[in-house]
Write a protein that binds this ligand. Structure first.
Ligand SMILES: [Zn+2]
Length: 244
């Protein structure tokens, strides 16, 4: 973060940022996350994505202070770092539009349901609308918009050649990122099944069941058990009740 202002000032088109301080980013080291990224990070079961969105949110705000719009075209969290590629545009109106993609996530620590709202001020629920728990935490402002532009990511994947080390791994990562539904948080399937006191079923079967029920659903690149969907926790529980 100490170098962001200089990087934004010295970059014309594409700003590429790697962050290795995942504990402050995801809220595991709360106070240092607040200091470095000037936001409220929260430690949830989707911590890699929380960290990525805290990072992008901070970068978008710093760029906006220089009348520049920063829009992520590709992002991922791999091993122990977050990486994002931001397209920069020197345009105050576009910078305003980028800021409108920031907002808050409200997360229930009991039933794992979460909601998000765009804007500069949060309207946090006092109790979880789904289970009535008072253990609802709010994170933000963080980036809520897309973390990648699928057509760009697909072109990057096509440009990976076998002589580039780890070509297979890179293609798999990029293809997963390109196919992720545009939602601000992902779920961890094992965490859900633990919550439901049921043995987890295979990821492919699980994601297919959600799709068959009419929901958007796909694996997410954050881990082998990560996925994204527009279904609620209660809907997922119902849809998969007879499986496994
Ligand atoms: Zn709840």
């Amino acid at each position: 973060m100490p170098f962001v202002d200089a990087a934004v000032a010295g970059t014309r088109n594409l700003l590429c940022v790697t962050a290795t301080d995942t504990a402050p980013l995801c809220g595991a080291h709360f106070e240092s996350g607040v200091r470095r990224y000037d936001t409220v990070p929260r430690n949830t079961e989707y911590h890699p994505e929380m960290g990525l969105r805290v990072l992008i949110g901070a970068l978008v705000r710093r760029a906006a202070s220089r009348d520049k719009a920063a829009v992520p075209v590709c992002s991922h969290v791999s091993r122990h770092y977050a990486r994002t590629y931001l397209e920069l545009e020197a345009n105050a109106t576009e910078a305003n539009a980028a800021l409108e993609e920031l907002g808050f996530v409200h997360h229930c620590q009991d039933c794992l349901e979460r909601d998000h709202e765009f804007g500069r001020l949060p309207d946090a629920p006092e109790v979880c609308p789904d289970c009535g728990s008072r253990r609802v935490v709010t994170a933000g402002p963080i980036w809520l918009g897309p973390v990648a532009e699928p057509s760009f990511v697909e072109r990057v994947s096509d440009a990976v050649t076998d002589d580039m080390g780890e070509a297979k791994r890179a293609r798999k990562l990029l293809d997963t990122v390109a196919g992720e539904p545009d939602r601000p948080t992902h779920y961890d399937q094992h965490r859900l099944y633990k919550q439901w006191s049921r043995p987890a079923i295979g990821m492919e079967e699980f994601v297919a069941a959600l799709r068959d029920a009419g929901f958007a659903a796909a694996r997410a690149h954050y881990s082998g058990t990560a996925f994204k969907t527009d279904a609620t926790v209660a809907e997922m529980r119902d849809v998969t009740a007879d499986l496994g």
